[in-house]
Design a protein around this ligand. Structure first.
Ligand SMILES: Cc1ncc(COP(=O)(O)O)c(C=O)c1O
Length: 363
């Protein structure tokens, strides 16, 4: 058994290969990254080449055209949109707005809320959701929300895939002081089947800000692109914390054509409607505990029968990697402590390969 530390980032394949004493050139498929397997849309590469000449100029500083395209797509006013350098930038801006104040993070969740709060010296309280279903009982938050200046909630949540419905969100908002912020990170909302939109709540609750990413749905994490939807006042306050020209020319120019590609969006929804439930059922059938997910990934762990035969999540991760599948460990998620693994939903044949390997690993 090796004592090398678990890498902080779950997708750090080199560190995991080293930990399990596998050669650096060991071949594997990545089932840890929760990105749309259909993207990026095929026209994007040529389109970027065509736009390259624009790199010799500064981008238009308020990103008017991109914000207008997002506003039309979301049914809000352009003043309610802030373009950001990925969803991660939006998270750090929300924390900056409440620097030195009190933060509340609903865990287990994406680690960047804690990092953003630490960077801006917030005093953080965590509200831990209970395994194995990780559902949020908002009544349990009635008291904590009155004592926080900013609350980070992920919808659907990474890594559990669970989704808080609009009624529950409204319930939280109605308990919050008007000076506080509810930052709902919806990086995966386009990859959530049947999610009710929260945008209609923006008009009634100035506390609400929605953090969005365009890197998951369009499979462009290297490009960096996201946005915030909020009241015009909130957007103006967040913009004060953003360095000028935060979003590069190529990313900003790509916003309108990406949103206009309805055929890609439809293909994605069809894939998700087919593969997401199919994979979930097959994982359960293989003997895993599977958290009911509403997005393109599943949080799983060996179920009771497999545990009895000595199979832990760490051992399953190791076996999967030996068999050429890199799953996401959960040592870096507060409150999970490695007890679970996250698996991405991929295209049909890739999911079949995972299921075949999984059967060999749990035998
Ligand atoms: C929940 C969540 N929010 C935000 C992000 C950041 O996404 P982006 O690539 O847009 O910065 C991630 C990335 O993994 C994420 O999981």
């Amino acid at each position: 058994m090796t004592t090398a530390p678990w890498p902080d980032h779950g997708g750090d394949a080199a560190a995991l290969l080293k930990r399990f004493r596998l050669p650096a050139d060991h071949s594997f498929e990545d089932v840890s990254a929760n990105l749309n397997p259909l993207g990026p849309p095929p026209w994007v590469a040529d389109w970027l080449v065509e736009c390259i000449s624009g790199l010799s100029r500064y981008p238009e500083p308020s990103y008017r055209a991109a914000r207008r395209a997002i506003a039309e797509h979301e049914g809000v006013a352009p003043e309610q949109v802030l373009l950001t350098n990925g969803g991660a930038d939006a998270i750090f801006l929300a924390a900056a707005l409440h620097a030195g104040q009190r933060g509340l993070i609903v865990t287990p969740t994406f680690g960047e809320y804690a990092r953003a709060c630490a960077a801006h010296r917030l005093v953080v309280t965590e509200h831990a959701l209970e395994a194995p279903r990780f559902g949020l009982q908002t009544a349990a938050l009635d008291e904590p929300v009155t004592q926080a200046d900013v609350i980070f909630l992920c919808r659907p949540n990474n890594p559990t895939g669970t989704l808080v419905n609009a009624v529950e969100i409204e319930r939280l908002l109605s308990c919050m002081p008007t000076t506080a912020t509810l930052a709902v990170d919806e990086a995966f909302i386009d990859l959530a089947l049947d999610a009710e939109p929260l945008t209609p709540l923006l008009a009634r609750y100035p506390q609400l800000i929605l953090l969005r990413s365009m890197t998951k749905f369009y499979t462009l994490p290297g490009l960096r692109l996201g946005y915030v939807l909020a009241s015009a006042e909130h957007v103006a306050a967040l913009a004060c914390h953003q360095p000028p020209w935060s979003v590069n020319h190529l990313a900003a120019e790509l916003v309108a054509p990406l949103l206009a590609d309805t055929a890609f969006a439809q293909r994605t929804r069809q894939w998700l409607a087919r593969e997401q439930p199919r994979l979930g059922q097959a994982l359960t059938h293989a003997g895993l505990d599977v958290v009911p997910s509403q997005s393109c990934f599943y949080l799983v762990r060996p179920g009771p029968a497999l545990c009895q035969r000595g199979l832990s999540s760490a051992l399953l991760l190791e076996r999967l990697l030996h068999h050429g599948m890199l799953a996401r460990h959960t040592y870096s998620f507060a409150a999970l402590d490695g007890d679970w693994l996250r698996l991405a939903v991929r295209d049909g044949s890739a999911n079949d390969r995972l299921l075949k390997v999984l059967h060999d690993c749990v035998r």
